[in-house]
Write a protein that binds this ligand. Structure first.
Ligand code: ZN
Length: 141
């Protein structure tokens, strides 16, 4: 399915943005998708309700790694409220296969084909559900 493995997706896979440890992180959260073998850890540095920095480590398929790379680019510098909005937007996008009205998804649009491949949906959503878990843990501290 060449449409799925678009150039943008492969670019994020081969040249992942913000991949690596994050010295001085506030917390890190692991997420796993055993169906595919994806294991992603998000490393987050918060100041108040602003996500100052986010990186990821781990291994997985092209889709989970590209989705993680895109997540770090989009959510860096955002507030917790904005991050929660993005998580909901992303879920809707993956379910519907198109951007919610009036939303520019940027590079994420490259994942549109995933909606047609239920077996890969968990790969694409893994970093986003891990982020959701990270937010609830951070708020609980
Ligand atoms: Zn996967």
């Amino acid at each position: 399915m060449p449409e799925l493995y678009s150039e943008i997706l492969l670019d994020h896979y081969h040249l992942p943005r913000n991949k690596g440890e994050l010295p001085g992180e506030t917390l890190s959260v692991e997420g796993a998708n055993p169906l595919c073998g994806d294991e992603i850890t998000l490393h987050l540095k918060f100041e108040g309700d602003v996500l100052l920095n986010v990186t990821f480590t781990g291994k997985g398929c092209a889709i989970s790694l590209a989705s993680s790379s895109m997540l770090t680019e989009i959510l860096m510098g955002k507030t917790i409220t904005e991050i929660q909005e993005w998580i909901e937007r992303f879920k809707e996008f993956i379910r519907e296969g198109k951007a919610p009205d009036g939303v520019d998804l940027g590079d994420l649009a490259a994942l549109a084909g995933i909606a047609k491949l239920p077996v890969r949906v968990k790969c694409a959503t893994l970093p986003w559900s891990t982020m959701k878990e990270a937010i609830s843990r951070y708020k609980g501290t």
